[in-house]
Ligand binder design. Structure first.
Ligand code: IPM
Ligand code: MN
Length: 360
């Protein structure tokens, strides 16, 4: 298969982890005879620095032309504590999601058996956790009207949803549940928010066309508790933009490291794949960042194009690195392996899964 892939390394550890994902995709090309082409572009703080724009037009055009986008990370602390900053790195990612109409963000939360001891949560609570979050990505409070009064003393952000925005992601989530364990949980705040009541109404109606899927509802405050109290109860979670942002970080604790969670953002025309972690600026250039979330994002990219065997080879190579503890220090404090070595190990294991690579 030929695929045009746009690479957006972004900020902080983004470039280092993305480089490992590309190594793995190249290993897939070699092993399974595919032809992927890669073109890199600027986004985020680095794009502000070089082009005064967190999403330069050339970057947007490249992403639109590509079959898929592979994204590193975004954000720089120098903007975080400056409430006056008009241009922010995050605007690059938000605008990209909007322009490419990536309305569904898919975030799987699955426990790796070999890492069960890494989680701060008790083993018997988290074992066999396997759920997937469908987070709406181009609507809600992130994109509603923003206002601040002339005195700068009162500000507001509007949370708005249309039936259309709810139904297109709801269909994807129901289809996913049908292919999994037939359970869909809508997470909302329908006891307080009008927009949440619309979500309930639309999702309930759509549920009638998926009779095999059991639909239930949880208020987001209760969901936040249930996710760490009894994560096994979940199969597919469907939720709006900001609730999804929050509960997916919470979900990452189950697996023991945010450095493991990948995500796919999809629309009708485009798809983008990125780790859920941020730019982790403290680790930049130190060769300690965990590349696995980025590598698993590449596996999700392969699955998106129906390359299931290829994706499986990537996942098995990742499993092997975890089993053999060829991992970065976030997963094993005594680990001697750096970001690049973990990437090399995984890529080598894709090329020849029979060979045990000796890293010493
Ligand atoms: C995420 C991130 C982004 C979000 C930020 C960087 C704008 O936290 O992808 O979860 O809030 O969506
Ligand atoms: Mn987030």
């Amino acid at each position: 298969m030929n695929l045009k892939i746009a690479l957006l390394p972004g900020d902080g550890i983004g470039p280092e982890v993305l480089e490992q994902a590309v190594k793995c995709l190249q290993a897939v090309e070699e092993t399974f005879n595919h032809n992927f082409t890669y073109k890199e572009a600027l986004v985020g703080a680095i794009a502000i620095e070089k082009k005064r724009n967190p999403l330069p037009n050339t970057t947007l055009e490249l992403c639109k032309e590509a079959d898929a986008v592979l994204f590193g990370a975004i954000g720089d602390p120098k903007y975080d504590n400056d409430p006056e900053a008009k241009i922010r790195p995050e605007q690059g990612l938000l605008r990209l999601r909007k322009e490419l109409e990536l309305f569904a963000n898919i975030r799987p939360v699955k426990i790796f058996p070999s890492l069960i001891h890494n989680s701060p949560l008790k083993k018997d609570i988290i074992s066999k956790t396997d759920f997937i979050i469908y987070r709406e990505l181009t609507g809600g409070i992130y994109f509603g009207e923003k206002k601040i009064n002339a005195e700068g003393t009162v500000a507001s952000d509007l949370c708005e949803y249309s039936e259309k925005e709810i139904s297109r992601i709801a269909h994807l989530a129901f289809k996913a549940a049908k292919n999994r364990r037939n359970k869909l949980t809508l997470v909302d705040k329908a006891n307080v928010l009008e927009s949440s009541r619309l979500w309930r109404k639309v999702v309930t109606k759509i549920g009638e066309s998926y009779p095999e899927v059991v639909l239930d509802f949880l208020f987001v405050d209760n969901a936040a508790m249930q996710i760490i109290l009894n994560p096994r109860q979940f199969d597919v979670i469907l939720t709006e933009n900001m609730f999804g942002d929050i509960i997916s970080d919470e979900g990452s604790v189950i697996g023991g490291s945010i450095g493991l969670l990948a995500s796919a953002s999809v629309g009708d025309e485009n798809a983008l794949f990125e780790p859920i972690h941020g730019s982790y600026p403290q680790a930049k250039g130190k060769d300690i960042a965990n590349p696995i979330a980025s590598i698993l994002s590449a596996a999700m990219l392969l699955e998106h194009f129906g390359l299931f065997e290829e994706a499986m080879a990537v996942r098995e190579a990742v499993d092997k690195s975890l089993e053999k503890s060829v991992v970065t220090p976030d997963l094993n404090a005594k680990s001697q392996y750096g970001t690049g070595q973990v990437g090399d190990f995984i890529a080598h294991n894709i090329v020849d899964s029979e060979d045990d690579i000796n890293m010493n």
